[in-house]
Write a protein that binds this ligand. Structure first.
Ligand SMILES: [Ca+2]
Length: 91
């Protein structure tokens, strides 16, 4: 059965990096103020690991998308955009 499991996991990983990683490097350096962010990254280690494990299957998943899978990916991307927007609004 075709799934987009690996694709969604990859997007989840990108979401963590976009929301947390962007903050860490916002001022161009890593300092003590970034410790809470680094902790968030560590907390999300499982998500980041899943994003990388199986990443080689993403190409195959994207080759045979059906409408439900496309909807899942769009929903995930929208979730990431919302999370990044919220993070930017937070400052
Ligand atoms: Ca994966």
């Amino acid at each position: 059965m075709a799934t987009v499991k690996e694709t969604l996991e990859l997007l989840d990983g990108l979401k963590v990096l976009a929301v947390t990683g962007g903050d860490i490097f916002a001022d161009g350096k890593i300092n003590l103020a970034d410790l809470p962010k680094l902790k968030t990254l560590a907390t999300n280690y499982g998500t980041l690991k899943e994003a990388v494990v199986g990443i080689q299957d993403v190409d195959d998943e994207l080759k045979d998308l059906d409408s439900e899978e496309i909807a899942q990916i769009i929903a995930k991307v929208a979730e990431i955009v919302a999370a990044v927007k919220a993070e930017l609004a937070e400052g």
